[in-house]
Write a protein that binds this ligand. Sequence first.
Ligand SMILES: [Zn+2]
Length: 137
Amino acid sequence: MAADVLAAVMLPGAIAVVLIIAAAVINARDVRRRDPVRRFTRQQRRAGMARAGGVCEMETGFGRRCSRAAEHGDHFYPWSKGGSTSLQNFVAACGRCNCAKGARIPSPGQQLRLERRRRTYVPLDAAVAVGERQPLP
Ligand SMILES: [Zn+2]
C-alpha cells in the first residue's frame, strides 16, 4: 500500500525535476546568447519604421497584416531569448500587437508569412529576412 503510493508520487516528481533542470539549462543558454545592446538605435528605428511605412507589420487573423499605426520597434526574435538588436530583427508593431506577442518566439510559419508580406511593401532590392539571432558563445 505504502509502496504503491510512493510509486505513484515518484514518477511525476521525477518528471517535474527533469523539466525544471531542462528549463534552467535552456534559460542559461538564452542569457549567454543575449545581445549586449538591447535598445535599437535611432537610425535602426527610423529605417525600420520607413521600411514598414509606419504601419504595424504583425499579423492579425488569417495571416493578414495589422492595419494600425506602428508605435513600437519590436525584436521579432525576442531579445531575452537571444534575438539580435539589428535592423534584420526589427519589426514595426502597434502597441496592441507588441504587448500581445510579448517575449514569445514566433513560429517558423509566422516568420515565413511576415517575410512574404514584406515582399509586397518593401522595395525589390531590400532584404525581407527577419528574426536574426545571436550566435551561441
Ligand atoms: Zn498591430
